[in-house]
Design a protein around this ligand. Sequence first.
Ligand code: GLN
Length: 485
Amino acid sequence: MELFELTIKELHEKLKNRDISSVEVTKSYLERIAATDDKINAFVAVTEKEALRAAEDADKKIAAGNMDILTGIPVALKDIFLTKGIRTTCSSKMLENFIPPYNATAWEKLEKKGAILTGKLNMDEFAMGSSCETSAFGPTKNPWNLNCVPGGSSGGSAAAVAAQQTVATLGTDTGGSIRQPASLCGCIGLKPTYGRVSRYGVIAFASSLDQVGPMANSVEDCAIILGIVAGFDQKDSTSVDIPVPDYEKSLVKDMKGVKIGLPKEYFIDGLDSAVQKAMNEAIAVYKGLGAEFKEVSLPHTDYAAATYYLIATAEASSNLARYDGVRFSHRSGEAESLTEMYCKSRAEGFGEEVKRRIMLGTYALSSGYYDAYYLKAQKVRTLIMQDFIKNFENVDILLTPVTPTPAFKIGEKSNDPLQMYLSDIFTIPVNLAGTCGISVPAGLSRDGLPIGLQLIGKPFGEESIIRGAYAFEQATEWHKGRARL
Ligand code: GLN
């Protein structure tokens, strides 16, 4: 077995027993990246020198008996997390030369536990997209089929995990960006409850929806990473000050007494037949593990995509106003006046999809339209939230597909934004409700592409979805499938 095939716990044990060194593990990953990334383009930058230096330091710590759970273990990060002294681009030309002066809290927490950074991962520009095609650095490809998208926006993260270029990573999820690519690449991705993980130092897209979460090839690794990054942060007023449970205690194999709701609005006619089949089989697996099922209803589901695309674009138009070419970000060399400098810098720095979102959001917030669009969307968001809260009085978790179809072809939806937006219809409501969800491998399509199932939990109910995901993972073989590269 290669070192890059091991889990966090396996790597930790071997490092602790001095069977392997951190330099060896780090080299194993760097070689894996070098051997595979020409094909999939998951990395925007590989921080080889820094990683090897950090690995040498880690080996010294380990030799001195000074070890934490991630000491000497390399990870890569979505290029939306600020990394001090290391270029962070959000896959945008706008931030092509941006070197952050400080770290994102989530990364700082991993680093404190000993993690080593191997590089920054590709994504849709400013996290806007579902296919990783809007990156200024070219699309990432799905390791299972290089003609297909890996999903997005954390497409580089999902592809890197699936291709075993990193044991785990962090993504962000505003409307599905952790769960949808995890599903399309056959790995595990967990979007925590809004407020569970600090967003400090994470480049903002839509601030009332964005959340940070782990992606990995095992539920256990996701639970470990979540346990490290979760918790209150003084630097993020939206992070919530409630204790962080020991998520590893939720790694139990049965589902006795657990009530699972099946929202009828998520099992629709347009669902791909392989996805439907995977859901039916998953339900049978859960029944065998002792779970009880109940059909439930989330009546406002139909309005979720429209609501999301009003709120997310409105917030994005405000958040992205800061990229003016003055304090940082791309500055046009062509301008002759200040106004022209703003206009040209933004016109040159942002890609098509980002511009579309800024225009939609600016329109939705403009006077005369605010009440009709943004305010209305906020009201519908409350109804969607209440749908979930009501259901959680009767069931512990909900089971749904993650996406209506498996991975689609590169280019297939890039000229049709509405079709692209619809690939998130089952993930978006979870962000609007501010609650948590996880994607777990649950099948393969006829063409051998991964299919994920989604478990949705109550706010701050990450333990219940981790349990559900782990029990399923242990009872099935789907998570063991690997893309052949
Ligand atoms: N695909 C969705 C969008 O384009 C969600 C993106 C995300 O979660 N960052 O907005």
